[in-house]
Design a protein around this ligand. Structure first.
Ligand code: SF4
Length: 330
């Protein structure tokens, strides 16, 4: 079933296909640093349609993405908060500076079976602030962990692949603020391994463009279907609309695994309509993990509505609906 839905991902794991970032290094692109942002985005859009060259190329699609990523750091709109600040000089909502800090990097044995063992890198800082975050405080404390540069990241990724990991799993916090550094690391990486973008799905359209032809498997949360719940529990505006848009883009551009974390007392307003949306929009093209493991963490103890584990009735209602609607469940 996984091979059927995630054929690209599975083939890279087995070395039968080439990871997208390696293909992007072979797409020839003509640009220079004097060009305006608009010109570069226009060339980027055209270059996404080009096939990789058999010969070595002077400047590649990945080089262009790196240039665009560098420019985004000076006016950041990598996520939908669109702080538009220069991250070399100041910090936005996520608090992440120009370079990543990493608070964990290891082989993860607890992910979904087909992506385990997974070389997982935890970036400090996040674009959302969930009251029940399981990785807090590190995930939302941009000062957590140690600074990592692209070369360290690339060397670590290579070692993990040679050590038997099936994929690189970019997580946090959220990987979104660190996309510019991730692109630079992938430029230095020379082993064939699938790249997983493990995110809350709150990235901007421009960020999604940068990830196109780089990410092999999008591992997206779909957390809320109500704006009010997104604001209340994660201080995040317009979450359902943004997440829906990004899930639709992801399924066109790569493989998609969706995690639906059921939050207690948020079955009718969030989990149930999310399952219905998934059935209408990505059925047969994505694998869905309906997650029962919510437990109160971080600030959830202060909010009675989310200060408990899930009941089996809550879980069964969502899981059975997903099954009935024919979603491919893990
Ligand atoms: S990643 Fe998002 S929250 Fe962070 S600075 Fe950029 S726009 Fe702001």
């Amino acid at each position: 079933m996984i091979r059927e839905v995630h054929s690209h991902y599975t083939k890279i794991v087995n070395n039968e296909e080439t990871a997208k970032f390696l293909q992007s290094k072979k797409v020839s692109v003509n640009f220079n640093k004097r060009m305006s942002d608009d010109e570069l985005w226009r060339i980027h859009k055209q270059s996404l349609k080009k096939a990789p060259s058999k010969k070595s190329v002077k400047k590649s699609l990945l080089d262009l993405k790196i240039e665009l990523g560098e420019r985004m750091l000076k006016k950041c709109e990598l996520c939908e908060r669109k702080c538009m600040i220069n991250r070399h000089k100041t910090k936005g909502f996520c608090g992440v500076g120009p370079n990543p800090r990493v608070f964990g990097a290891h082989t993860h044995w607890g992910e979904e079976s087909f992506i385990t063992p997974s070389a997982t890198i935890f970036f400090a800082g996040c674009t959302m602030k969930c009251l029940y975050c399981q990785n807090a405080p590190e995930s939302i404390t941009y000062k957590a962990g140690e600074p990592w540069n692209p070369l360290m990241m690339a060397e670590w990724m290579k070692d993990m692949r040679l050590g038997g990991c099936r994929n690189i799993n970019l997580v946090g916090g959220d990987p979104t603020p660190n996309v510019p550094a991730i692109l630079k690391a992938l430029k230095l990486l020379d082993v064939n391994i699938p790249i997983i973008f493990n995110s809350n799905a709150y990235c901007s359209s421009k960020c999604m463009e940068l990830l196109s032809k780089v990410i092999d498997l999008y591992l997206f949360d779909f957390r809320y279907f109500s704006d009010a719940c997104g604001m209340k529990l994660s201080d995040t505006r317009n979450y359902p609309e943004i997440a829906a848009r990004n899930h639709k883009l992801a399924v066109k551009r790569g493989d998609l695994l969706v995690r639906v974390l059921i939050i207690p007392n948020h079955v009718e307003c969030d989990a149930v309509p999310i399952i219905k949306w998934l059935a209408e929009n990505v059925k047969g093209k994505a694998v869905i993990n309906v997650m029962s493991q919510y437990r109160p963490c971080f600030k959830a103890y202060n909010y009675p509505e989310i200060n408990r584990c899930l009941t089996s009735d809550e879980f069964k209602k969502v899981y059975n609906l997903a099954k009935k609607l024919g979603l491919k469940l893990i």
